[in-house]
Write a protein that binds this ligand. Structure first.
Ligand code: DGY
Length: 325
């Protein structure tokens, strides 16, 4: 805080629920962006400059230049579990805290991962478009969009953090065989609880009927899922991405879907979002969603509340509940 007994200055870089903003304004001097405008880096930098703390979403990149220009800044609090938008080495070097919002979104995000998986394998949106286009003339055993089964199939989860584990628990209810790949292996107890078997990446790619990506996005896994990986998948398999767009090479995916080298894909996150590649938009065997895995009102409120709690704790010189650096 710049001066004793003064309210801290906080930037809220995107629109939040008005009642939560009003509550924050009782204890802080807030600059907010209730118009929900997409600010350029220069605008974020200018808005952050005189602040003690900033609350941002995964869409706002915070880099070394912004931190250098903000001498009072103690903390940047992300309203997201993923924090690839924050330049973590720069935060560490400048001893500025960074936080995220884990846990509160786990179950909601896992629900959506499963929703997207089901919609993709069972061709839900494609069937609806088919119906709306007037193709449904009669009940037919064969002449109808035929799908892939979920129950008793093999699910491959890439990234076995909290959300991956919550997806695995759901899969058990469908009698699925759960395989996972992760940087580190789960404890035997957790593996048992999730009914999940650890396999190497290649085995997961080759043997899964459905693959879901839930790992964090890092420079190391940029385009991790490309032509080679898609070629290893079964032609009957589906791929679901609820992690980050940059993990998948979207052009390679579009090509594989077009050539029916995999059955279908469900995508909630895009490399250039909110822009979506025309190559993906043209396809029928893909379910597209606008980054909504955590988007229930209850969960989004909980994420904002946690981000505020993290921010205020950091400014007050306490250790925020979800400190990253
Ligand atoms: C997250 O929490 O990381 C979601 O993707 C929303 O940004």
């Amino acid at each position: 805080m710049s001066q004793a007994n003064k309210k801290p200055k906080i930037l809220v870089a995107r629109a939040i629920f008005p009642d939560l903003l009003a509550k924050l304004e009782q204890v802080a001097e807030v600059q907010s962006n209730q118009a929900d405008a997409i600010w350029s880096s220069a605008e974020i930098k200018a808005a952050m400059m005189d602040k003690d703390g900033a609350i941002v979403t995964g869409s706002e990149k915070v880099d070394a230049d912004m931190l250098d220009a903000s001498p009072n800044l103690k903390i940047v609090s992300n309203i997201a579990v993923g924090y690839n938008n924050l330049d973590m080495p720069a935060f560490k070097a400048r001893q500025v805290m960074a936080t995220n919002t884990p846990d509160v979104l786990t179950e909601t995000t896992a629900d959506f991962g499963f929703t997207l998986l089901m919609a993709t394998a069972r061709r839900v949106t494609e069937s609806e478009h088919w119906l709306r286009a007037g193709h449904w003339k009669k009940f037919s055993i064969c002449d109808t969009p035929l799908a892939m089964d979920i129950h008793h199939s093999t699910l491959g989860i890439m990234g076995m953090g909290r959300i991956g584990q919550a997806i695995a628990r759901r899969a058990l209810g469908f009698g699925m065989k759960v395989r996972y790949y992760n940087r580190s292996r789960l404890s035997t107890e957790l593996e048992k609880e999730c009914g999940a078997t650890y396999v190497d990446r290649e085995t997961l790619l080759k043997e899964s009927d459905h693959i879901i990506l839930v790992m964090p996005y890092t420079p190391e896994n940029h385009h991790l899922f490309g032509e080679k990986e898609l070629a290893m998948m079964k032609p009957t398999a589906t791929l679901v991405n609820i992690a980050r767009g940059g993990i998948v090479d979207e052009l390679a995916l579009a090509k594989a879907l077009k050539e029916k080298r995999i059955f279908a894909a469900g995508i909630d996150v895009f490399e250039g979002e909110p822009a979506v590649r025309p190559e993906l938009l043209e396809l029928k065997n893909i379910v597209l969603a606008p980054h909504i895995a955590s988007a229930t009102e209850k969960t989004r409120r909980a994420m904002i509340e946690l981000a505020i709690e993290n921010c205020l704790a950091g400014i007050a010189g306490k250790t925020p509940p979800n400190l990253l650096s």
